[in-house]
Design a protein around this ligand. Structure first.
Ligand SMILES: Nc1ncnc2c1ncn2[C@@H]1O[C@H](COP(=O)(O)OP(=O)(O)OP(=O)(O)O)[C@@H](O)[C@H]1O
Length: 236
């Protein structure tokens, strides 16, 4: 799966990430938690190849394959290698239909593999019923589903979700939690979740990594994220 070792990243002279280590366990959900501006999105941008790192290593290993140095792969190929990414705010093409949005995401892979995965029909039946509708006209819940479906279209082994509950009502948050459970349990996906809502993290995650000012101040099983840590590192 994914292993990070001693990741350091600078924006100009600003040292933003300090010696970050992380190992994801296949089939589990790991949450990267921390206050706003603490480096969560920067870390994921490094994993996705959108930002260079200054030192450290990122290794990707799929079941049955030898480990690969992810830093040698351009950002465009990381999705095709099995890493799906749902950026903050979703990002769909609102002028296009549901189907066109999904087809564009499929174009990122090799010609021979351009088949819409069956899991999407199982997960999002309502979305497929509306596949010819312009996506900007869909209700918010279905737009969110479409953004998630786009991240799943290449059948990733790892799915990275950047603040998927941002701006969501409690009902939509509940739906998102159910979806994450299904992806973990029914489809065996590994999930890396960037979140600030502690109640949501406690509901869906198995492991956490706690960042503060770009440093990893704690990590472990969710049960170890106790109230004193929350009040010290996460309370506003
Ligand atoms: N493009 C950039 N250039 C310079 N500094 C940046 C840039 N993007 C982010 N930063 C800074 O890097 C630090 C980490 O930002 P980052 O967006 O990774 O935090 P975050 O934990 O994801 O925050 P949020 O929860 O608000 O998304 C912050 O101090 C931020 O101001």
């Amino acid at each position: 799966m994914l292993s990070l070792r001693s990741i350091n990243q600078f924006y100009g002279k600003n040292h933003t990430l300090w010696d970050i280590d992380l190992d994801l366990i296949p089939g589990t959900c790991t949450a990267i938690v921390g206050r706003t501006g603490t480096g969560k999105t920067t870390l994921v941008n490094c994993i996705m190849g959108r930002l260079p790192i200054n030192s450290g290593s990122i290794t990707w290993q799929q079941a049955g394959s030898p480990p690969a140095n992810l830093l040698l792969e351009p950002s465009e190929t990381r999705a095709a290698m099995g890493i799906g990414y749902l950026p903050q705010g979703g990002q769909i093409f609102t002028q296009m239909t549901v189907e066109e949005n999904l087809l564009i995401a499929l174009l990122a892979c090799d010609d021979r593999q351009r088949i819409m995965p069956a899991m999407l029909h199982q997960l999002f039946p309502q979305l497929f019923a509306l596949r010819h509708q312009r996506s900007g006209e869909l209700p918010a819940a279905l737009q969110q589903q479409l953004a998630l479906a786009r991240a799943l279209v290449l059948q990733p082994q790892l799915l990275i979700l950047d603040e998927p509950t941002e701006g969501m009502s409690p009902w939509l948050e509940e739906e998102m939690g159910n979806l994450i459970h299904r992806l973990n349990r029914d489809f065996g996906l590994t999930i890396l979740l960037l979140e600030q809502r502690i109640s949501f993290i406690r509901r869906v995650a198995d492991y956490f990594l706690l960042l503060h000012c770009g440093r990893n101040v704690a990590q472990g099983r969710m049960a170890q994220l106790d109230e004193s840590m929350v009040s010290t590192w996460l309370a506003l």
